[in-house]
Every structure is written in C-alpha cells, then in structure tokens.
Write a protein that binds this ligand. Structure first.
Ligand code: EPU
Length: 553
C-alpha cells in the first residue's frame, strides 16, 4: 500500500477530530493565494549561466525547530530568510520565548535571494509550552516544534495543523512517537494537541524500539528531537531517510546529541536527558555536561528541490545551465529521470571545503565535502523523451518534484504515466497544464481507464495515476494559470518558460490571446518555498516579471 493510500485508510482521530484546525491550516495554504500578484513569464528561447542554490527550506524548518531543543546559541547559516515559511517558523520560535536574531532580516524579501544567518537561543527559563496559535496556523511545519518543547518543558499545547491543498496530512505518527516516549497525548474538541510527560519528573523516557507505520519525514524529525532529550535509548525502525533528517541529526549531534543512522531507515538515539536532570549528557559534542544539549554552528544543506526545479527548467527550455552548490547524491532519483529523458548531467568540483557543522568543543563535519556544482545539457527543444515515474519516500522520486516532472513530460515526445504515492491530492497543476495545451487524464492502476471529469474534485483522483501526452516539438501554449500549492506554482512557471513563442496568434480565433506572457497567479505559495526564483531566472536570461495585480480569468 502506498503512503497516501495507507494514510487515508489509517486516518486517526488526530486528524478527524479537528474541525477548527483544518480551517486554520487551509488559511495557511489558500488564504494568501492572490496576495502575491502574478508572474508574467515570457516564452524563453534560451538560458545560460550559473544558478545559485539556496539552503534547503525543509532542512531549515527542521533545524529551527531543532534549535528549540538546544540550551545554548545555535547559529544557522545558509538560511533562505526571505522565505515566508522560514519567517513564519521564526515567529513560532519567538512565540515560545526563544530569542532569534536574523542577519539582514530587513534587507530580504521572498523576491531577493539571500544566504542568511539566524541565531537562536532558547533558554530553559524562557521556554513556554504554548506557541501562539496565529504563528502556528501559518505553516504545517510549526508542528515540528512540539517535540522539543514537550521534551524540555514536560508538556506542550499545540493546535493541530490540519490538511492542505496536497492532502489531509494527519499527525498521528508524531503523536504515536510522543506516546512511545512516555507522554500522554490528547486532542481537544477544539483541535489542540495537549501532551505531557507521564513521569513525575516531567521527563520523557527512551522508547526502546519504535516502529513507524510509514516513514513520515515530520514524525521522524519530531521523534529524533524528543528522543534526544529523553532519559534512555530509542531506536526508530522504518524511519524516513530524507537528507533533511540527516542534516537535523548533524546539527543536534554537534550540540551534544547522540544520534546514529540518520539518513537510513533505522535511527538509534541515546537520550542525553534535559539540562539539569543529572541524567546522561557527558559534555561531549556541544552538550552542557549537565544533561541536555548545548549549541553549535551549522550550515544547512543545499535545497535539492530548488535545484531539481532548475534542472527541469533547463531541460524544458533546451539550454545548458549550471547549479551550485548541490549535493549530487541527494538528487539521484531526479537526475536519473532527466538522463532517461535524454539530458546529460555533469558533476563539477567540490565547492566550499571547511567543516560545516561545528560544536564549541569539537568539530563535526556533515555533507560539506559533497557540495559541488552540477551542469545539465539537455537535447534541443522538442528532443526530450517522456519518462514514467512513481513518487516515493527518499531515495525515491520526491513528491516535491512531481509537478515539475509532469511539466518535463508535458514538453517531451511520447506518453508518460505518473504515480503519486505520498500526497493523495497533489494534482492541482493538472487542470492548469490542460489550459496550456497538454492532454492529460487520470487512469486506474492498469493504465487505461480514463476518469471522466477528473479534476472537478482533486480527491476523486487520489490513488490514481496521471497519463500525460507530451506536446514535443509543438510546444506548450500560453494561458492564464494559477498555482494552488508551492510546487504547482513552480511547475507552472517552468511551463510558462517552455511555451513556444507564436509566429502569429496560433489558436485561430483571431483574438490574439496566444501572444504575450503566460501569467502565473498564486505566488504567495511560491514565496513560501522559493526565494527569489524570478530573480534567479532573470539572472540566467529569462524574461519574467512580477506584477502586483492578479489577472482576471
Ligand atoms: N502522514 C500520516 N501521518 C502522520 C504524518 C504523515 O499519515 O502523522 C502521511 C501524510 O499525510 C502523507 C505522508 O504520510 O501522506 C508523508 O508525510 P510526511 O510526514 O513525510 O511529510 P511532512 O513531514 O508533512 C515533509 C515536507 C514536504 C514533503 C514531505 C514528503 C517539510 C516542512 N515538508 O512534509 O514538503 O513533501 O515531507 O517528502 O519538511 C514541500 O516542500 O512542498 C513539501 C510539501
């Protein structure tokens, strides 16, 4: 059974009991959809140059939550501080009493690439157990903060994040983990998770062996953070293996945690207790020597999804581009598909070189030595081959690349079948691609049962596959389109760049609508996770312009 299917069948009370939370979460995923204006994307004949890749949004959100587990200062570098999600997570940290200093905060917006430094100091005496509901409602990843708060404060009170445009997204696996670590957990009728350590001393206990029903990224983050501060040992079996988890573990280890196996499906955590507990915590790494974690300086890994998106841009436009820095092994599933589609990928020399994750007392390097440049050389326009793929947990094809890889197939020659196994409703780009001239239908598992009215309700297509007939040399057609989630917005911008410049008005109705830029609305979603994407595209020669007023449809 796929994760999307399994999570539907095993939907827990954690999601179903929360009517209030889903409204708050949907405001985070839909409410600001029009406020970001639109991007006018002109057909692009060629691109050239080097695209700078930011620190990974999804790593940084976990690292910020991880800083709440630490008693001393945590210095995070390569933070894309212009991202709406990063700013929202910083608000969550501040709302529980952490001091957060953001380098160059005022100078950066989502429209300006940055490489920011964020310093977090979450002193035990300042820590509060109830984050601001307003701050939490802005992003689902705020729930990552529940684990460290529970472990340090002995209790946490946190609104459920609810579902969003790409799926229901329950947190039952996070809550199972907290229970296994010795917490009682209730979800109130108002959709608030109330968790507290059972033990009289208010501390979590190692869970022994904890088997996760699915390898959830967020639940793995949560359990790793909470178990690091528990008294006793925890082994997570069927853990998520995403690079962002390895990055979080590297940061926590540099602060004194004892985590082994992060980046694989079995993670072992020797809990160091909380500060002042007199339990474990021997002063190794950045630990305090009194139990608890200390502090460290850590550079976030490069964003494999931003990099993958840029690879698809190059492939669809038919231009050579170089990206830097990337960690090539984090991108293997994406680059393998691009190679199958006819592109060549060359990995360059190492970039950077010093240790990237340092505690105060010893240095502890993470993935720095693997940071490299990467150059993609695609076939000329119209020469891409369609590629079937199925999304899966790491090291499989990332669900966060599915919409962009659909655009790759839309531009290719041939027919592709795409299966989404992680998020059941991640198909909002499909009707928009149809407006751009792409023939796509939902089909059953056997690949030939087309579903009528497939997009009237995205949930109707949960568990189905998408059959895409590529336009090949004909090229995509311009349209006014709207992104309804982060990756769909990015995918539609890629599609806009790949529109074939018309010789005249190509649609034959004489209204001239085939001319001019593709207008992509829904930029508030884009700005949650791509920092300065339009500026980066302009930097390699694209004609893209952010305009304030959404187009009328
Ligand atoms: N799930 C459950 N119960 C849980 C947790 C998850 O059933 O308690 C299900 C979800 O409903 C989903 C599947 O498991 O069907 C995967 O969810 P997971 O927990 O792995 O995802 P997440 O932690 O909520 C992170 C990223 C997502 C990315 C997914 C999968 C962050 C902040 N978000 O979400 O990123 O798609 O992992 O790789 O790290 C994005 O960047 O666009 C994005 C959505």
């Amino acid at each position: 059974m796929t994760r999307a299917a399994s999570s539907r069948s095993a939907r827990s009370s954690a999601s179903s009991s929360s009517s209030s939370s889903s409204s708050s979460s949907s405001s985070s995923s839909h409410g600001a959809a029009d406020s970001g204006g639109y991007l006018a994307v002109s057909p692009c004949a060629s691109l050239r140059g080097v695209v700078p890749i930011a620190g990974a949004k999804n790593a940084v959100l976990a690292l910020l939550a991880g800083a709440l587990a630490c008693g001393d200062e945590v210095v995070l570098r390569d933070v894309p501080i212009g991202l709406a999600d990063v700013r929202a997570m910083i608000d969550v940290l501040r709302s529980v009493g952490a001091r957060v200093d953001v380098g160059g905060e005022d100078a950066n917006t989502a429209n300006t690439p940055s490489s920011g430094v964020v310093v977090v100091h979450a002193r035990a005496e300042d820590l509060r157990a109830s984050p601001s509901a307003d701050a939490v409602a802005k992003l689902r990843a705020s729930f990552f903060a529940a684990g460290p708060i529970l472990a340090r404060a002995g209790r946490v009170s946190m609104p459920l994040p609810g579902g969003c445009a790409i799926g229901a997204r329950p947190v039952d696996l996070h809550l199972d983990g907290f229970r296994a670590l010795g917490a009682v957990v209730e979800v109130t009728s108002r959709g608030v998770v109330e968790a507290r350590a059972i033990a009289r001393d208010g501390k979590l206990r190692g869970a022994g062996t904890h088997v996760m029903r699915f390898p959830s990224v967020g639940a793995t983050h949560a359990i790793v953070m909470a178990a690091s501060l528990a008294v006793g040992d925890t082994t997570i079996v069927n853990a998520a293996a995403e690079p962002e988890i390895e990055d979080l573990a590297a940061m926590l280890n540099a602060s004194g945690a004892k985590i082994r196996g992060a980046g694989t499906s079995v993670i072992t955590i020797e809990g160091v207790g909380v500060a002042g507990s007199g339990e474990k915590g021997d002063g190794g790494g950045g630990g305090t020597g009194r139990g608890g974690l200390g502090g460290c300086a850590h550079d976030a890994i490069p964003d494999r999804i931003e990099a993958g998106t840029m690879l698809v841009v190059a492939a669809c436009v038919g231009s050579t581009l170089t990206l830097s820095p990337v960690i090539p092994e984090h991108m293997t599933a994406t680059t393998a598909l691009l190679i199958d589609a006819g592109c060549s990928i060359d990995v360059g020399d190492e970039v950077g070189g010093e240790s990237k994750s340092k505690s105060k007392s010893n240095s502890n390097s993470n993935s720095t030595s693997r940071r490299r440049s990467m150059t993609i050389t695609p076939p000329p326009r119209g020469g891409l081959r369609a590629v079937d793929f199925t999304t899966a947990p790491y090291p499989g094809v990332p669900t966060d690349m599915q919409p962009q890889l659909c655009v790759l197939n839309a531009c290719a020659e041939g027919v592709a079948i795409v299966r989404e196994t992680v998020f059941e409703s991640r198909w909002s780009h499909v009707p928009e691609l149809r407006r751009m001239g792409v023939e796509c239908d939902f089909v059953d598992a056997d690949g030939d049962d087309a579903v009528a009215n497939a997009n009237a309700n995205a949930n109707a297509n949960a568990g189905r596959s998408l059959r895409i007939v590529g336009v090949g040399a004909r090229g995509l057609r311009r349209a006014d389109v709207r992104g309804s989630d982060l990756r769909a917005s990015a995918a539609l911008i890629v599609a806009g760049l790949a529109v074939m410049a018309p010789m005249g008005d190509g649609d034959g109705d004489g209204d001239g609508e085939a001319q001019g830029p593709t207008r992509v609305a829904g930029l508030a979603h884009l700005d949650r996770g791509y920092e300065g994407l339009d500026a980066k595209l302009r930097g390699v020669g694209a004609d893209v312009e952010r305009r304030p007023v959404p187009p009328r449809k």
